[in-house]
Design a protein around this ligand. Structure first.
Ligand code: ADP
Length: 678
């Protein structure tokens, strides 16, 4: 499956989209924080500005009310009819307590000066400039006062004093009425700086600047300034007095100039920084996560590739028997898709219907037993199309991360192919055996013809004798002779028939069954054939079987062939004259070896065995021959095929036994093999 390139493209776009989202998020958070900090600063500044404006209005109203209180105090100067002389003392006292007033004048209705008094706090007020210079302002104020029938103020004007200095002054004119008749004016000259310093609440002014200004912003009188005029808050307010309106400016330094203008902004900034830090941490976490995701994706791809490449079927089941996972190989085996299989319980869809009961029981036993055999067990499955196939199942418990068993994982191997190969092997083995048998018979053809010749010759001569008897008409027929001749003929024919039958039996018989066979019958079966060769080579065959010997479990045809092969090999090792006549013996012996305790054969100590031995007195085996003895097609004989011993060993091993050989002193070799007791 070629999923790799398809998977990387979306992963790329996913990653770039993720980065885009993070970029957008960072930008938005940055913007939001900027706006927040800005708004917080604005809010703080707006609040400060409002406070300042409120305070400025408060100061203006303080000055105004103080000025009107002064008006009442001034009216008390004229509550009793003063004379020019009696006016001076209370006027001086008044000037002493009110520093904002720099001069008091009592003028007539025509504004002629009747009495006056200067403040004791400011020497030589009129030294530099004549008082008459201020008369226009006085007149303007008094005109207004007359019109308003109350106090009125003049605009301010600059009044130079000695030393190049000067101060801003203004006039207030208060009409004096005596018994309903206008009795001149009381003129008060106020100093604007004096108003600011004397008539204001000092606590409101702490750290702030306060001044009178002109509409264009020019300062008229200054009470105080703030240190840093580069970043100050300003509030202008009107001091509305009858006759004239002044403008008052209050200044306040912007609080905490710089990065943190105030606590709120500082808090917002700190929170923003914290947020940024959290974002950075989140970003790092995301990067780690991405890396982990990538690792997991790689591991998954690796696992997927591994699963897809497996030819072994994998299947996981929960504890309730439901399928939780199948790999592609398993799906292919049983012919269902993963979607069809996952979630299915018992009986499984791949169980042959007639075996469901057996499988259910087997499943229950296995689950109850807890232990799962490591070597697995064989079973039969059914594909979706109904065909059957053998499988080998190896199961292991599925343990989760907490160490709890959650089910079973099974590896399933399809044995179809293996079985087919086994069948082919078996068939070819069988064919080989049959061929070897035929070859054996072929090799023995000359012996057979010799053996058959004798009865045939005997039959022929008996027949000729009989004919002669029948042809001689002169004598009476000797009844007994004829009978004897006929009996001999039939005996010899039987003998020939037996020879042919023994060969035919040997070649034809082919049942593939293991059966319990008496060792004696095995030897009996081959002895006619054996006798042919033995007779030709003048070898005595000695058979040694104890009276009581158990039956062996074997395929008799095959074992007969093994015995025949070994016996023929033994006889062939004793060519004519070697060894001399008395020693020309071939022994076939059968025995049951007694197992020593602790010694086991093939790991099965309980099993008992029967041992067959074929002993010859031949030339023995050289080291070179011993090394190649069981190699197929190894032979030292001109007419040999070299298959006999290798086939013998295969047959014996198929029966669970073993074929060995050893020298048999003083001369000859012994071949021995074992067969299981039935
Ligand atoms: P073949 O009999 O067709 O040669 P075998 O596999 O039966 O094939 O025997 C292989 C060889 O082993 C024989 O050619 C012979 O040299 C040697 N051999 C077998 N049995 C004996 C024996 N009893 N004594 C000496 N040599 C033997």
């Amino acid at each position: 499956m070629n999923t790799q390139p398809v998977a990387t493209a979306p992963r790329h776009s996913l990653r770039s989209r993720r980065w885009l989202l993070w970029g957008a998020l960072l930008l938005l958070v940055g913007l939001l924080l900027g706006v927040l900090v800005f708004l917080a600063a604005e809010y703080e500044e707006g609040r400060d500005q409002a406070t300042l404006e409120h305070d400025a209005a408060q100061v203006a109203s303080d000055i105004r009310s103080e000025l009107f209180r002064n008006v009442q105090t001034l009216q008390s100067l004229h509550s009793v009819a003063p004379t020019d002389g009696s006016w001076a003392a209370p006027a001086a006292e008044l000037l002493g307590t009110h520093r904002e007033m720099v001069r008091l004048e009592w003028r007539s209705n025509s504004l002629a000066l009747r009495a006056h008094r200067d403040t004791p706090y400011l020497a030589n007020l009129t030294d530099y400039l004549n008082r008459e210079q201020a008369l226009p302002d006085v007149r303007q104020a008094c005109d207004n006062a007359k019109r308003l029938s109350g106090p009125a103020f003049s605009p301010s004007y600059f009044w130079p004093v000695s030393g190049g200095q000067g101060l801003e002054l203004m006039e207030m004119c208060l009409p004096v009425v005596r018994s309903g008749v206008a009795n001149g004016f009381l003129i008060v000259t106020y100093s604007l700086p004096g108003l600011l310093s004397e008539l204001t609440n000092k606590t409101l002014l702490r750290g702030r600047g306060l001044s009178f200004i002109e509409p264009d912003g020019t300062r008229l009188a200054l009470h105080s300034t703030v240190n840093n005029n580069r970043s100050t808050l300003q509030a202008n307010t009107l001091l509305d007095l009858p006759g004239h309106t002044f403008m008052l400016r209050m200044e306040s330094p912007r609080q905490a100039v710089g990065l943190f203008p105030n606590v709120l902004s500082a808090v917002v900034t700190a929170l923003s920084l914290a947020l940024l830090a959290v974002l950075a941490l989140l970003g790092r976490d995301m990067r780690r996560r991405q890396r982990a995701e990538l690792d997991v994706a790689n591991a998954l791809a690796f696992r997927k590739a591994m699963e897809n490449s497996l030819v072994t079927g994998l299947r996981a089941r929960g504890m309730d028997g439901r399928v939780t996972y199948v790999n592609p190989a398993f799906c292919q085996m049983v012919g269902y898709s993963a979607e069809q299989l996952i979630g299915t319980g018992l009986p499984a869809p791949w169980w042959p219907p007639e075996l469901i009961d057996e499988y259910q029981q087997r499943q229950a036993v296995r689950l109850a037993g807890q232990t799962l055999p490591r070597e697995g067990y064989e079973s039969m499955f059914q594909r979706s199309d109904g065909t059957r196939f053998p499988v080998l199942i190896i199961e292991a418990p599925l343990i989760d991360a907490q160490g709890v068993q959650t089910g079973y994982m099974s590896a399933i191997i399809d044995l179809t192919e293996q079985r087919r190969v086994e069948d082919i092997n078996r068939a070819s083995q069988d064919r080989l055996q049959a061929t070897a048998r035929l070859a054996t018979v072929g090799e023995m053809a000359s012996l057979l013809s010799h053996e058959l010749n004798q009865p045939l010759a005997a039959i022929a001569s008996y027949a000729t004798g009989t004919l002669n008897l029948l042809g001689d008409n002169t004598q009476a027929l000797p009844h007994e002779d004829l009978q004897l001749a006929m009996r001999r003929i039939s005996e010899q024919a039987e003998r020939a028939g037996r020879v042919i039958k023994s060969v035919a039996d040997f070649v034809r018989r082919r049942e593939q069954v293991r059966e319990a066979v008496a060792p004696q019958s095995l030897i009996d079966a081959i002895s006619p054939l054996l006798g042919l060769q033995a007779k030709k080579q003048r070898i005595r065959v000695h058979i040694d079987i104890p009276p009581v010997i158990p039956l062996v479990l074997c395929d008799r045809t095959m074992i007969e062939q093994v015995l025949l092969n070994l016996a023929r090999n033994g006889m062939q090792a004793m060519p004519d004259g070697d060894p001399p006549a008395p020693e020309r013996v071939l022994t076939l012996s059968v025995s049951q070896p007694r197992l020593q305790s602790g010694v086991s054969m093939g790991g099965q100590a309980q099993k008992s065995w029967v041992e067959f031995k074929v002993i010859d007195r031949g030339h023995g085996l050289s080291a070179d021959v011993q090394a190649k003895l069981f190699t197929p097609f190894f032979t030292t004989k001109t007419e040999g095929m070299g298959l006999g011993l290798s086939l013998c060993r295969t047959v014996i091993e198929q029966h669970g036994g073993a074929l060995t050989f050893e020298p048999h002193p003083p001369r000859g070799t012994v071949f021995r093999f074992t067969l299981p007791v039935a």
